[in-house]
Design a protein around this ligand. Structure first.
Ligand code: ADP
Length: 207
């Protein structure tokens, strides 16, 4: 592709992802937690982030509500804006990735269309998809934010699990079935699966 007029890329002078990863002694990945609202994505991600932090990994947790109150505060829940929400989150994740940072992303991301869009932007080799599999009845009984009650009353249209679909991922994924597990056990199960992808060498595994 030719370079547009008045644009002077300097990619060859900018430190590369490999340089950052070498400094941080880690492989950057996007650990993408998909699951119903209240399935435990954020709770488990926080625990996972603490463990990784104490092992010496540099991480960034991105969470739906935080993102929607900041960079995406102009977006609604229309189909178009949901797609834009995911596109921006994926692009932001790529910036962290290129800085060598491990992202832990907590977004319902309910359909395979959405997940494939994420993979298209972030790159298949960079995404570790984690399905936080908690039965709808359990999520609804928890109703952490009172959203299920509102959705049942018809106050929230297109609510995942109630009036909008949630697909089982059709790409490779790590699954954690949280029912009957503690948060710590759930985080540990994910950790065991992701750690080999993050470690440059075994040095951080021993801590
Ligand atoms: P999400 O981010 O998927 O919407 P949250 O993490 O905000 O879900 O809420 C999950 C709720 O379920 C929290 O209140 C958490 O304390 C509770 N919970 C109970 N058991 C578990 C478990 N095993 N794993 C994760 N969360 C659990």
């Amino acid at each position: 592709m030719s370079t547009p007029e008045n644009i002077f890329p300097v990619f060859d002078q900018i430190l590369q992802r490999e340089d950052k990863e070498k400094m941080l002694q880690q492989h950057a990945k996007v650990i993408w937690m998909t699951g119903l609202s209240g399935s435990g994505k954020t709770t488990i991600a926080k625990q996972l982030e603490h463990i990784l932090h104490h092992k010496g990994f540099l991480t960034k947790l991105l969470d739906g509500d935080n993102i929607r109150s900041g960079i995406n505060n102009n977006l609604t829940f229309s189909a178009e804006d949901r797609a834009e929400n995911i596109r921006r989150i994926s692009e932001v994740s790529k910036l962290f990735l290129n800085c060598g940072v491990i992202c832990i992303n907590c977004f319902v991301s309910p359909t395979n269309d959405i997940r494939h869009k994420i993979i298209e932007i972030v790159g298949e080799e960079n995404v570790l998809m984690v399905f936080v599999n908690t039965p709808l009845e359990v999520c609804e009984a928890r109703d952490v934010k009172g959203l299920y009650a509102k959705a049942r009353k018809g106050e929230i249209p297109n609510f995942t699990g109630i009036s909008a679909p949630f697909d089982v991922p059709d790409m490779p994924y790590i699954e954690v079935k949280t029912e009957g597990l503690t948060v710590e056990e759930s985080a540990q199960q994910i950790l065991d699966k992701v750690l080999p992808h993050l470690n440059v060498e075994d040095s951080k595994e021993e801590e």
